[in-house]
Design a protein around this ligand. Structure first.
Ligand code: SAM
Length: 293
């Protein structure tokens, strides 16, 4: 019988955030696969866990996954831990999980700390719907493409960032999304934990005076539907009803469809559009009459 792969969440700073279940599992497995064995050794020593460790990181994730699957197939249980937080969230864990699923190996996940969720809950921004973006791509073309998509994201967005890229990322976000509310969360669960609730423009100004340090999660408000609607209505209000109808008729709509679309745009009933159109026409006729006399 194949063994089980246990995804074990480890603390993102405060060691007290490890769960009892994770500690029990780490003690019971035959092998622990860790992103950085030196780093994880400190954690395991702290909890008096002495189980063989093997490295599983970004640069060996495909070959090493095959090797680990070999162990699992021979009946050994393996725990996967990463540098911090929940395995498979912005780290190589997802490759191993996919391969285990393909090989019919049982995978189970032991929940615990995750920087993205911790920051989201601290942000004060809408947590009802959110989009986890991980790190923005480093390569310019891919980065621009993602930022272009994010322009129209209505959900709250959660991003990871390293301190030396923070300034560039804030600037790119401001250029792409315009000014938005943002929570800059740093060193979560650690002594210097901080959540700064600000705007992208204010963050850009204040970052000039500081050298960012530590680990960061950025939580950015999604596109504002109400403001977008108000902006659209404002644009339409600059047109007369006749001009507004004409724009739709030029697109191929008949008068009835155009009336419906105009009413929807302006947030009113179709009959209001009809009445307004009649009075616009009457006014125009009156003006024409006056200019003839
Ligand atoms: N698997 C991890 C998790 O569940 O959050 C994330 C791993 S990812 C390679 C590392 C990034 O997570 C960091 O660059 C930082 O953006 C974020 N991060 C991790 N720990 C953090 C902390 N204590 N405070 C703020 N951000 C943190």
């Amino acid at each position: 019988m194949p063994g089980t792969l246990f995804l074990c969440a480890t603390p993102i700073g405060n060691l007290k955030d490890i769960t009892e279940r994770v500690l029990e599992t780490l003690k019971s497995v035959s092998l622990i696969a860790a992103e950085d064995t030196r780093n994880s050794m400190k954690l395991l020593n702290h909890f008096d866990i002495h189980v063989p460790l093997t490295s599983y990181h970004e640069y060996n994730k495909y070959d090493k996954a095959e090797e680990l699957i070999g162990h699992l197939m021979s009946g050994q249980d393996i725990a996967l831990i990463t540098d911090a937080g929940t395995p498979a969230i912005s780290d190589p864990g997802e490759v191993l999980v996919q391969k285990c699923i393909e090989a019919g190996i049982k995978v189970t996940s032991l929940p615990g700390a995750c920087a993205a969720i911790t920051a989201l809950t601290l942000s004060g921004l809408s947590a009802r719907r959110f989009s986890f973006e991980g790190f923005l791509p480093a390569e310019n073309k891919d980065r621009r493409a993602v930022l272009e998509e994010l322009k129209n994201e209505y959900r709250t967005m959660v991003l990871y960032e390293a301190p030396h890229h923070l300034s560039k990322t804030l600037k790119d976000l401001f250029d792409a999304l315009g000014d938005r509310r943002i929570s800059i969360c740093r060193e979560l669960t650690k002594i210097h934990e901080e959540a700064v609730h600000t705007t992208l423009s204010a963050a850009l100004m204040s970052i000039e005076d500081k050298k960012p340090r530590g680990e960061y999660v950025l939580v950015i408000e999604g596109k504002d539907r109400e403001a977008e609607k108000a902006e659209k209505i404002k644009g339409f209000e600059e047109l007369s009803i006749a001009e507004h109808l004409e724009t739709y008729e030029k697109q191929g709509m008949d008068r009835k469809e155009a009336m419906k679309a105009v009413a929807k745009d302006r947030g009113v009933q179709k009959r209001d559009i009809y009445k307004a159109l009649l009075s616009e026409e009457e006014l125009q006729e009156k003006k024409d009459g006056e200019s003839e006399t």
